[in-house]
Design a protein around this ligand. Structure first.
Ligand SMILES: Cc1cc2nc3c(=O)[nH]c(=O)nc-3n(C[C@H](O)[C@H](O)[C@H](O)COP(=O)(O)OP(=O)(O)OC[C@H]3O[C@@H](n4cnc5c(N)ncnc54)[C@H](O)[C@@H]3O)c2cc1C
Length: 404
């Protein structure tokens, strides 16, 4: 089928989809509100799971996929649950069947933009008009464009969703997180006092009640290329976050100090990490989530990624789910056995199932992490210890969901 696809949003999902469609010779254009390829580059790391990796491998040109792998560290050192006194409750071993990657967001963006000329920057989508099979796009600069299929990949505050599914809501969870970075290259001493269990794997710390912490090591593994095509200025750091329901902190004051005071009865190393972090790298995050919506009749307009199923960051699966969507939509739009609306309907049916399941899972994890009184916490810790002691139960409860 000959068609023109417009993708609103050149983020992780939109760019991956565009790369896949371009590979198949489909006429695709990405419209991105940022002014250039390097606007708003954020230097934090992102964990790419087997679903995300499968999408990247299938959609990217082979040389870009190789660059991606070269720019990553493996993110597969397992995952631990600790208590507030730094005692191990449960350790999940690395997944032996699939490779996980620890990607710099900057390098990932560069890889996704590799060889992609079909992108127009400084184009902020405003609304669309549909006339039969043709769609006209309107941008805030007064210009228009046309397409046969419109994909809203414009993130959590999607303007495409706002018009297409106005009843789809995003709500506050009532949970607030404070996140910070302890840079590891500041002085030689830092690595000597960070406990090995925090250095070798990501860990969730179950607080005594109504709060939790998360730690993940990001050991500067990005690459720099002489031609500037790939670069990464990420310094090595230990990332931490503290989350709680109804957290009362004041953004104008030193956030580290406010969190340090809250954890003063925990193992002293947690407080030291917080106090020795950089004030400018510490930020406040109100945690929001989308509310799953009932199925809708498919059309030539569709959505992917955070635009339809934004979720809490507590499971680290938002980007991976956006990439998974990109792959499924790319496969749907290249189908030759049915018309495009039917193909989009098939994509949406599947995407709603795993996408909204991810929204629910991540909300459950957020509540488990940041809520729960002392009794619930004690019970949860006991469950983790018991599960950790019985390998078959541990495998069953935390099995990897693999690839599609
Ligand atoms: C600190 C942090 C850490 C995270 N870590 C992980 C992790 O480890 N693993 C993971 O899987 N997920 C992680 N996530 C979540 C992940 O970043 C998102 O789920 C993911 O970026 C969603 O991809 P997307 O393509 O749907 O949207 P986005 O990446 O948000 O892209 C949307 C794009 O649309 C553009 N846009 C918006 N509005 C318009 C408009 N009107 N017109 C034109 N363009 C527009 C934006 O500029 C942007 O480029 C993390 C998130 C945060 C904040």
């Amino acid at each position: 089928m000959t068609m023109k696809v417009a993708v609103i949003g050149g983020g992780i999902g939109g760019l991956c989809l565009a790369q896949g469609l371009k590979k198949e010779g489909i006429d695709v254009t990405v419209y991105e509100r940022d002014r250039s390829r390097t606007d708003r580059l954020q230097g934090y790391r992102i964990h790419i799971n087997p679903h995300g990796a499968q999408a990247l491998e299938e959609c990217l040109p082979p040389e870009a996929w190789e660059k991606f792998k070269a720019s990553c560290g493996t993110g597969g050192n397992g995952f631990g649950f600790l208590d507030d006194q730094l005692r191990e409750l449960l350790v999940l071993d690395p997944d032996p069947h699939h490779t996980h990657y620890s990607a710099s967001r900057i390098s990932l963006r560069q890889v996704l933009l590799h060889g992609l000329e079909e992108i127009e920057f400084d184009k902020r989508f405003e609304r669309y008009e549909q006339n039969g099979d043709h769609i006209t796009l309107h941008f805030t600069d007064g210009t228009t464009a046309t397409c046969d299929v419109l994909v809203g990949a414009d993130g959590a505050n999607s303007a495409v969703r706002g018009q297409y599914l106005p009843h789809a809501e995003r709500v506050d969870t009532g949970i607030t997180a404070v996140a910070g970075k302890l840079f590891l290259d500041e002085d030689d001493d830092v690595r000597t006092w960070i406990p090995e269990k925090l250095a070798v794997r990501a860990n969730s710390v179950i607080g005594p009640k109504d709060c939790g912490m998360f730690f993940a090591m990001h050991d500067g593994l990005g690459v720099t290329e002489a031609d500037g095509a790939l670069f990464d200025n990420t310094r090595p750091y230990l990332m931490w976050s503290y989350a709680a329901k109804d957290l009362e902190v004041h953004n104008g004051h030193d956030l580290r100090e406010q969190i340090a005071r809250r954890i003063r009865n925990w193992h002293p190393v947690y407080e030291r990490i917080v106090r020795e972090s950089h004030e400018e790298a510490t930020s406040l995050w109100p945690i929001r989530t989308s509310v799953p919506v009932a199925p809708w009749a498919p059309s030539r307009v569709t959505l992917l990624g955070d635009a339809i199923h934004s979720m809490t960051p507590m499971r680290g699966i938002g980007a991976n789910t956006a990439l998974r969507d990109a792959r499924h939509l790319y496969l749907a739009l290249t189908r030759k056995d049915c018309d495009v609306v039917h193909a989009i309907g098939g994509y949406e049916e599947r995407m709603r199932e795993y996408g909204f399941a991810a929204v629910r899972d991540s909300l459950r994890s957020a509540r488990q992490f940041a809520e729960g009184g002392a009794a619930a916490r004690t019970m949860f810790k006991t469950v983790l210890r018991v599960v950790g002691a019985v390998p078959p139960v541990k495998r069953a409860m935390f099995r990897d969901h693999g690839v599609d």
